[in-house]
Write a protein that binds this ligand. Structure first.
Ligand code: FE
Length: 203
């Protein structure tokens, strides 16, 4: 028996078989598939959301637009489409901290955050963040939310996705929008951490 028998998992083998059939029947072309893969590998990711957040920190009018119609404000920067038909922005401040989950599955605003991390899709995170948000943030993410800050959990769905707008870190008054974007981590836009501090990015 060949040692390559288990080269593909069942799902990979099924995917390959369907892909091959679609090519053979001329439904799709390999170039089209490469284009989609490249889009997810190279073009979408948390850098999109980071630009949205940085702009909200320097441009009060943009921030207001994000509050009122985040979907349109985000689309104006070129981030729209699949998994982002309706996005709501929730803003952290000194009294409230927001964190996002999809308790049902793994809904996530792809055009601004890229593909969701494995932990976001895990049953463990999805169930525990709702029951004990403070505990999960502290134990799993090392993020200790002060007692006087309220934690609000937002449950994403196929109808609406959320992006957390973290607070602008102190000591960044003279920073440009592009520099500020480097402080905006993926996790800070899910709400499981704060934005990075200047000390954390200057090496
Ligand atoms: Fe979901």
């Amino acid at each position: 028996m060949s040692e390559h028998v288990n080269k593909y998992t069942e799902y990979e083998a099924r995917t390959k078989a369907i892909e091959t059939l679609l090519y053979e029947r001329g439904v799709i072309t390999p170039a089209a598939v490469d284009r989609v893969v490249s889009y997810y590998e190279n073009e979408i990711g948390p850098m999109g959301g980071a630009k949205v957040v940085a702009k909200s920190w320097v441009d009060p009018e943009y921030r207001k637009w994000l509050e009122e119609d985040a979907t349109a404000a985000i689309a104006s920067l070129g981030y729209a489409g699949e998994q982002a038909h309706q996005i709501s922005a929730v803003f952290n401040d000194s009294r409230t901290h927001h964190v996002v989950v999809c308790t049902l599955c793994s809904c996530y605003p792809w055009p601004v955050l890229g593909l969701p991390p494995a932990w976001y899709k895990s049953m463990e995170y999805r169930s525990r963040i709702v029951a004990d948000p403070r505990g999960v943030l502290k134990r799993d993410f090392g993020f200790d939310v002060p007692d006087d800050v309220e934690v609000r959990v937002w449950d994403s769905s196929s109808e609406i996705r959320y992006i957390v707008i973290p607070e602008r870190p102190a000591g960044t008054d003279s920073w440009s929008e592009n520099e500020l974007a480097k402080l905006v981590s993926r996790d800070s836009m899910i709400g499981v951490s704060k934005a990075l501090t200047p000390q954390e990015v200057i090496v």
